[in-house]
Structure formats: structure tokens, C-alpha cells
Write a protein that binds this ligand. Structure first.
Ligand code: GZL
Ligand code: ZN
Length: 369
């Protein structure tokens, strides 16, 4: 019987990640900011655990010898964003052979049916643990019941699901509603009573990150009668999606808006491309304020460059926290049912804020992703 502790643990995942990495893979590199959104090949099943240096030098006892390799299935959202790439790399770094794991990471390509199928395959394979980053919040009860009937613990990671907490064993992620509130509070401080005509490029429809950021930002917007949200559309967390939505917004609202809220950095890159093409100036020296989420490496580079005014972090480095929960489950120890991974916010140089840290080269150099 798994022994759940109902305490909420706040994890500074950056530290935990350093402790548990297998070394080798460098998960701090990010694609060049102007790199086109890469549409990878069809989702590949990555059953083979990542190659690992430590195992080569005999440092870690070959798990096969001790026979206690822990098999983990990770039903990953997809490969839609730099955030997702960093999250996938982090899981491959932590759940590697030298740490005693065999990871089956399935990239579900933002496809709900594929994600349910991936989880059902994990059940059929009778893996030791199942981790799910749910594409959508809805539709999980049946398959979670099947996992419970099979006696396989399930950890929900990154995003949230609309299912009773008794249907899964632990949750590790971020508070995206707070991220939305932080963005709103920063905008109110920055505008200081001036009016805002706001366009929102939302994340994937039905994703808890989209729902949370919208809920939090709208809660603050409600307090400001001088603000108006002109329109909001989903850019599906991709650069292409951000560009397409921004192009349609420009057709409808050119000259009427002064704030664009992008639910992640890749959408912001697309929005900037569209505004560049239309000759619209944005950022600290422009006519349009850009707020973004994720604070990935390139998103923070744009923030440092003053192109993005405010970037609210959502930390993808979560695998070590999930591994800690699994180790406690494995050892029959108490573990946290809910672990929130810490986030913060960053603003462009020249902006002082009580809600965010002003970006510097040093901050960018010190980032893990
Ligand atoms: C947030 C995560 C979101 C990121 C996007 O927790 O689920 O999904 O904000 C990613 O970049 O696509
Ligand atoms: Zn106000």
C-alpha cells in the first residue's frame, strides 16, 4: 500500500536536477531563437534508456547485475515547444540506466488518443511506474482505473487532470494559475493605470497550462476597468501557431492593441515574426508590450534584449523530483502526494519590478535550460 503524505512540497527542481543527473547529455542547449519550429518525425518510441557515461567507467553497478532496474513509462505531451524539449531531455538524463532505470518515453505528438494508447501499452507491458504529462485535463478516469486495477502507480507530471486525486498516486508540476496572476500583476505595475488593449495567444485548447494562465491573468484583468481583452485564440504552444494567430490579429486589430500575451515562448517567437513583417514595434522600445511564459533560454535572451518585456517562468526541470517520489514508493517510504516546482518571473533590463527579476547576462548564463 503506497503511503501518501498530503503535504505540499515546494521543490527547487534546479538543485534536485543537478543531484540526480547521469552526466553526459547537455540539456542546457536550446535551438537558435530564429530556428524554425522543427516538426520532428512521427513520435518515436524511445524504449532504450539513454546511453550513459557513468555506467562505462564502472561507477554505477550495472543495474542488470543487481536486477533491480526500475521500468518507467513517460507519456509525454509531444515536441511542440522548447519547454517540452528541455523537459524530455531532463527525463532522459535522470531516468537513465546508470541511475537504475529503463525509461520508455512516448512522444504523443499533442494527440489525446495516442496518449491514452501509450498509457494502455505501459499497463500491458506491466511497467513499474507510469508518469503522464496530460495533453488535456479531461478524459482520464477510465485509463487511470485500469492502471490501478493493474497495481501500477501513476504520477501525473507537469500539467493537471480533472480527476479525483484518489485516481492517481502523486502529482509534480507548477502552478500555472499563479503564473497568470504574476503576469497580470506585473502588467498592472508596469502600466500604472494606463489603459491596455490586450490580445492573448493561448496555449493548446484544454491544457491545464492554458486554463491556469488564462484564469490567473483574467482574475487580475477584472480588477482593471482600464484594460480590455480584445481577443484570444489558441496558438497550440507552437511558433507556427503563434505566427498564424498574430497575423490574423494584425488583420483585425492593427493599431488598436498595445499588449500581446503569449502563453509560451515559441508562440512569442511566432508573434514577433508576424509583427516584424507588419512593421509593428514591440518590446521596451516599441508600441506593443509582449508578455511570455516558460522563460526558456531563448525566451530569456529575447527578454534580455528588451524584445519581450516580461517572461514568467514555468520550470520544466522536474524529473529529479519525480524520481524522488518513485524512489520513496519503491522503498515503501512516505512520499509527497503533491510537489509544486518553483517558478519566478523576469523582466527586460531597465524595468524594476516587485513581481519579477530584472534580466542580466549572468542570470541567462546560469540557467539550466
Ligand atoms: C507548462 C507546459 C506547457 C509549456 C509549453 O507546464 O505544460 O506545455 O508552457 C508546453 O511550452 O508546450
Ligand atoms: Zn488598473
Amino acid at each position: 500500500m503506497l503511503r501518501k503524505k498530503l503535504a505540499v512540497l515546494l521543490a527547487t527542481a534546479m538543485v534536485a536536477a543537478v543531484a540526480a543527473g547521469c552526466g553526459g547529455a547537455d540539456n542546457t542547449s536550446a535551438p537558435a531563437a530564429d530556428a524554425p519550429a522543427t516538426e520532428d518525425a512521427a513520435p518515436a518510441e524511445d524504449a532504450a534508456p539513454a546511453e550513459d557515461a557513468a555506467a562505462d567507467d564502472g561507477e554505477a553497478a550495472a543495474p542488470a547485475a543487481s536486477g533491480d532496474v526500475i521500468t518507467v513509462g513517460y507519456a509525454q505531451v509531444g515536441h511542440e515547444s522548447d519547454w517540452r524539449t528541455a523537459n524530455t531531455q531532463n527525463y532522459q538524463d535522470v531516468f537513465c540506466e546508470a541511475n537504475g532505470y529503463e525509461l520508455s518515453l512516448i512522444d504523443c505528438d499533442n494527440d489525446n488518443a495516442a496518449q491514452l494508447e501509450a498509457v494502455r501499452n505501459f499497463i500491458t507491458q506491466q511497467l513499474d511506474y507510469i508518469v503522464i504529462a496530460p495533453i488535456e485535463t479531461a478524459g482520464w478516469d477510465t485509463v487511470l482505473q485500469e492502471a490501478q486495477d493493474a497495481g501500477i502507480p501513476v504520477i501525473i507530471a507537469d500539467r493537471e487532470i480533472a480527476a479525483d486525486a484518489s485516481m492517481y498516486d502523486a502529482w509534480v508540476g507548477t502552478n500555472t494559475k499563479n503564473e497568470g496572476i504574476t503576469a497580470g500583476n506585473w502588467l498592472a505595475e508596469y502600466l500604472d493605470g494606463k489603459e491596455a488593449k490586450i490580445l492573448v495567444i493561448e496555449g493548446s485548447v484544454g491544457a491545464s497550462a492554458t486554463l491556469g494562465r488564462s484564469e490567473g491573468f483574467n482574475e487580475v484583468a477584472k480588477e482593471h476597468s482600464e484594460w480590455e481583452i480584445l481577443d484570444s485564440q489558441s496558438g497550440d504552444f507552437t511558433q507556427d501557431g503563434g505566427q498564424e494567430v498574430m497575423e490574423s490579429f494584425i488583420k483585425s486589430y492593427e493599431g488598436q492593441f498595445n499588449v500581446v500575451v503569449c502563453h509560451n515562448d515559441n508562440e512569442a517567437y511566432g508573434a514577433m515574426d508576424a509583427m516584424d513583417a507588419a512593421g509593428i514595434k514591440y518590446g521596451v522600445d516599441g508600441d506593443v508590450i509582449i508578455i511570455s511564459f516558460d522563460a526558456t533560454h531563448d525566451g530569456l535572451q529575447y527578454t534580455l534584449d528588451g524584445k519581450i518585456n516580461c517572461n514568467v517562468e514555468c520550470n520544466p526541470i522536474q524529473a529529479a523530483v519525480v524520481a524522488e517520489v518513485i524512489q520513496k514508493m519503491q522503498n515503501g517510504e512516505d512520499y509527497e502526494a503533491t510537489t509544486l516546482v518553483n517558478d519566478e518571473a523576469f523582466v527586460a533590463p531597465g524595468i524594476e519590478s516587485q513581481h519579477a527579476t530584472t534580466m542580466t547576462e549572468e542570470i541567462l548564463a546560469g540557467r539550466a535550460y
